[in-house]
Design a protein around this ligand. Structure first.
Ligand SMILES: C[S@@+](CC[C@H](N)C(=O)[O-])C[C@H]1O[C@@H](n2cnc3c(N)ncnc32)[C@H](O)[C@@H]1O
Length: 357
């Protein structure tokens, strides 16, 4: 019997409809938070202190008829509290949603909508190749800001502290951050080591944003942003530290040539730092489905695979691994390698060393 022939009056709703509603409510709650950020609600309360609904409505320019329910929806998120008629920011708001906080996550929130992975997910899932220059400087700015804000949740602190503990760190003169984007890793290291200078190499449409970060942190005399493409361009020479963080996924089929170029640009005894997600043994999922999908989109389908082959590559290209660490990141753990360039590159023999060639 077709749907049209059934008696509408006798239809009985099956159980489970709340699964649908939960998803829709999640989306609506997301829009409430986005609107609060766009309207400057949290900044208003930070400046004015606890305020009643009418004052807030006037202050942020919304129709007073919506204020009670809009603010009520925000109470449910835990980003507002209420005492009598007075609404105020909560600690979580002060920590994560005020621009003045070093842990501001506003761009992460915004980017969940603007990000080209998510705003056309069905289109992205059909892609056979990673995006090349498919996003311009404006969307790249929001993506970069979101990446930087995620890194500052602890990953950047972990990685840069590990680098600063390397015995040669304070003798190093120059660093190169390949695919450095926001440049925050280079900035953090230059803050720690007052004589370090560096280059952040990224694709041309990203460089405008990299330059903005360098300026914001007043590092113009120490850091420069260079436009390039790691698949076609050389990396320069004479670097004491080279950082590659979350860049190699797209190059998983040409890792050897990236390592060759890194070897050519780094001084003997210099430090190569890599930080990436790897498949768990058996390539099993480690997090929730949506988390794993977010990681897969960011690493174009798959983290690096396999740890053992990656480690052999260091050896084969003349780097000695000093340490391996597990780094907590937003999308599960990544692996950090610190390796030094040895003066000799071994004559590779796949029989004796099991090279991944
Ligand atoms: C996921 S982001 C990582 C940013 C930063 N390294 C971090 O860990 O937060 C990858 C960066 O690599 C850059 N990138 C991608 N392909 C590149 C290429 N072929 N040449 C240079 N940079 C590239 C992107 O523009 C982006 O800034």
């Amino acid at each position: 019997m077709s749907i049209k022939e059934q008696s509408l009056m006798n239809l009985r709703l099956p159980t489970g409809i709340e699964k649908v509603d939960r998803i829709i409510e999640g989306y609506q709650t997301y829009q409430v938070l986005l609107a609060a950020l766009e309207l400057g609600l949290f900044e208003f309360l930070d400046k004015e202190g606890p305020s009643d609904g009418n004052t807030i409505a006037r202050g942020i320019g919304i129709n007073g008829m919506f204020s009670r329910d809009f603010l009520g929806a925000l109470l449910d998120t835990g980003f507002l509290s209420r005492n009598g008629e007075q609404y105020a920011n909560t600690k979580a708001t002060t920590d994560f949603l005020l621009i003045r906080s070093p842990f501001f996550q506003g761009d992460c929130v915004r980017n969940a909508r603007e990000n080209f992975h998510w705003n056309d997910l069905s289109g992205y899932l059909r892609r056979e190749q990673p995006a090349t220059n498919n996003f311009h400087a404006a969307s790249s700015a929001s993506f970069m800001d979101a990446l930087g804000q995620r890194a500052l949740r602890g990953e950047l602190q972990f990685v840069t502290e590990a680098i600063s503990n390397w015995s040669g760190f304070y003798r190093a003169k120059s660093l190169l951050d390949l695919g450095g984007g926001h440049g925050l890793y280079a900035i953090a290291l230059c803050q720690t080591h007052p004589h370090l200078t560096g280059t952040i190499l990224d694709r041309p449409h990203v460089i405008e944003n990299t330059t903005r970060y360098i300026k914001d942190y007043q590092m113009e005399d120490r850091l420069s942003a260079k436009a390039g493409d790691i698949s076609n361009d050389g990396f320069g020479s004479g670097f004491d530290i080279v950082i590659i963080s979350h860049l190699l996924y797209k190059f998983r089929k040409s890792l050897e040539s990236v390592f060759d170029k890194v070897r050519a640009c780094i001084n003997p005894g210099g430090l190569l730092v890599t930080n990436h997600w790897f498949c768990a043994p058996g390539c099993v999922a480690q997090n929730s489905g949506v988390h794993e999908l977010a990681k897969a989109l960011q690493s174009f389908g798959h983290p690096l695979c396999h740890v053992e082959d990656f480690e052999k590559l260091f050896y084969k290209k003349g780097f000695k691994i000093l340490s391996t660490s597990v780094v907590p990141t937003t999308f599960g753990s990544s692996r950090l390698y610190l390796a030094v360039k040895e003066s000799e590159q071994p004559k590779c023999s796949s029989q004796s060393f099991g090279c991944c060639c």
